[in-house]
Design a protein around this ligand. Structure first.
Ligand SMILES: [Zn+2]
Length: 400
C-alpha cells in the first residue's frame, strides 16, 4: 500500500499537479470521495463517479461525445480528443478523456484546473485534495485556498473577416479514386464527380459573397500534403474535401451499401472509419518525391497543437454539413465520423471530408452523377458552411 501510495505521488507530480488517492468533493457539510485511478501512469477519475459527487450528470451522446452537466456549467468531451469544450471556449487537456471498460476517465487536470476555472463555483485545494463548492462561509473558514496555479494555454480565436473557404476535389489525374458501380463495367469515376460537385460548391459560395480557393480545378494530381499546404498558405478559414465512398468488398452486400457521411480529423475508431481512412489515404501511392507523407497513418499521434485547436470546430462543421445533407440526400444518414485523413492533417483550420455517397451502388452512382442533384448537394453544403461561419462569427463577437 505504501509502495502504491508512492507510485501515485510520483505519477501525480509528473503530470504537473500532485493528485491524492481519493479526491474529496465538499459541498457545504456534505462530502463525497472519488477514487483517483492511475491510467497509463497518469492520475485519472471516472467521469460518472465525479459527476455524482458533484451533483451533476454524465450524458453519453453519439459518436463518442460526452456531456458533463454540472449545476452551473456544461462541458463537452469526445473520447480520445484532448480538448474540452464550453460554449465558445476550447480548453486544451493534458491528456484525452478515455473510455476503458465502458467507463469514461478524465485526466486529473480536469479536477485541478478545468473545473475550478470553468465549472462554475468550485475551487480545488491542492493541500487537502479537495474540490469545494465556492460559497462565502467555506471561503471564510479556510482562507486562501491553494488553487493549482499552472495557467492553461490561451484559447486562440480566429480573425473575423474576410472568409476564405478552401474546397478540395478528392483525387485527380492518375489517382482516379473509386470507380463503380459494383457488378457493371465501371462508368462512375470518383475524381470526376468530386471535381464537378466542388466546382458547383465554389460557384454557390462565391455567389453568396464568400471567397473560395480550389485545390484543383482540372483533372490533375495534387499531393495530399500539398492540399493542406495550399489551404494554409492562403489562410483559409475552412477546408472541405469532397469524396465518394466505396465499400471494402466487391460483393452483392457491398453493392448495397449507401449513404452519406462527414468526417473530421481524429484517429479512426471503428472498422468502417478505418476502411474509409485507408481508402482515401491510398492516394499517397500516386505521389512521388518529398511531399509524400511517411509512416503508418494508424500510428499517427496528434502532436501539432495548431491543428488540434481546430478539432472541436472541425467536429462542429462536420455536424453542420452532415445534418444539412439530410434534406437533399436520399440517404441513409451514416453520421459524423472521425478518421485520420492525410488530406486533413496538414490544414491548420477547421477541416472536414465529405463522402457524398457510394459510387459502388447503382442507384447512388446514378443520383451522384446527375447534374441537378450535384447542384442541390453543393447548394446544401454551401448553406451549411455559411451557417457555420455566421455562427462562428457571432461566437467571436459574443466573446468580445
Ligand atoms: Zn476519395
Amino acid at each position: 500500500m505504501i509502495a502504491l501510495f508512492l507510485a501515485l505521488q510520483v505519477a501525480g507530480s509528473s503530470a504537473g499537479t500532485p493528485a491524492p488517492i481519493f479526491l474529496v468533493v465538499r459541498d457545504g457539510q456534505t462530502t463525497m470521495s472519488v477514487p483517483v485511478t492511475i491510467l497509463g501512469g497518469e492520475p485519472s477519475v471516472r467521469a460518472d463517479v465525479l459527476m455524482r459527487a458533484m451533483k451533476g450528470m454524465l450524458i453519453t451522446g453519439t459518436n463518442l461525445h460526452y456531456t458533463l452537466a454540472l449545476p452551473h456549467a456544461r462541458l463537452y468531451l469526445i473520447d480520445g480528443i484532448p480538448f474540452a469544450k464550453l460554449d465558445s471556449l476550447t480548453v486544451p487537456l493534458s491528456r484525452a478523456p478515455q473510455v476503458l471498460g465502458g467507463q469514461l476517465y478524465l485526466p486529473f487536470q480536469f479536477v485541478s484546473e478545468v473545473i475550478p476555472r470553468y465549472g462554475g463555483g468550485y475551487f480545488y485545494d491542492v493541500a487537502l485534495g479537495e474540490l469545494r463548492t465556492f460559497v462565502v462561509t467555506a471561503a471564510a473558514r479556510s482562507p486562501a485556498p491553494r488553487v493549482a496555479a499552472a495557467p492553461l494555454p490561451p484559447v486562440r480565436r480566429r480573425a473575423s473577416t474576410p472568409k476564405l473557404v478552401v474546397i478540395d476535389a478528392g483525387h485527380g489525374g492518375p489517382d482516379r479514386g473509386m470507380s463503380g458501380p459494383i457488378g457493371t463495367s465501371p462508368w462512375f469515376v470518383e475524381k470526376d464527380v468530386t471535381l464537378s460537385v466542388a466546382a458547383k460548391l465554389a460557384t454557390v459560395l462565391r455567389a453568396r459573397g464568400v471567397n473560395v480557393l480550389m485545390t484543383r480545378t482540372t483533372d490533375t494530381l495534387i499531393a495530399l500534403a500539398d492540399r493542406g499546404k495550399i489551404a494554409n498558405t492562403n489562410h483559409g478559414d475552412v477546408f472541405i474535401s469532397v469524396h465518394v465512398n466505396a465499400p471494402g468488398y466487391n460483393t452483392a452486400a457491398g453493392a448495397r451499401e449507401r449513404g452519406f457521411e462527414t468526417y473530421f480529423l481524429a484517429e479512426a475508431k471503428t472498422e468502417d472509419e478505418r476502411r474509409v481512412q485507408d481508402m482515401e489515404n491510398e492516394s499517397v501511392k500516386f505521389e512521388t518525391g518529398a511531399n509524400a507523407p511517411k509512416g503508418d497513418p494508424l500510428n499517427f499521434i496528434i502532436t501539432d497543437m495548431a491543428q488540434n485547436e481546430h478539432l472541436r470546430e472541425s467536429s462542429d462543421l462536420a455536424e453542420t454539413i452532415q445534418n444539412g445533407l439530410i434534406d437533399v440526400h436520399p440517404g441513409p444518414n451514416r453520421g459524423v465520423q472521425q478518421a485520420n485523413f492525410a488530406v486533413l492533417r496538414g490544414s491548420y483550420m477547421p477541416a472536414v471530408l465529405v463522402e457524398l455517397g457510394f459510387g459502388s451502388n447503382q442507384s447512388e452512382a446514378t443520383f451522384l452523377s446527375d447534374q441537378a442533384n450535384q447542384r442541390a448537394l453543393a447548394r446544401n453544403i454551401a448553406e451549411s458552411v455559411i451557417a457555420y461561419l455566421a455562427h462562428y462569427q457571432s461566437r467571436i463577437r459574443g466573446a468580445r
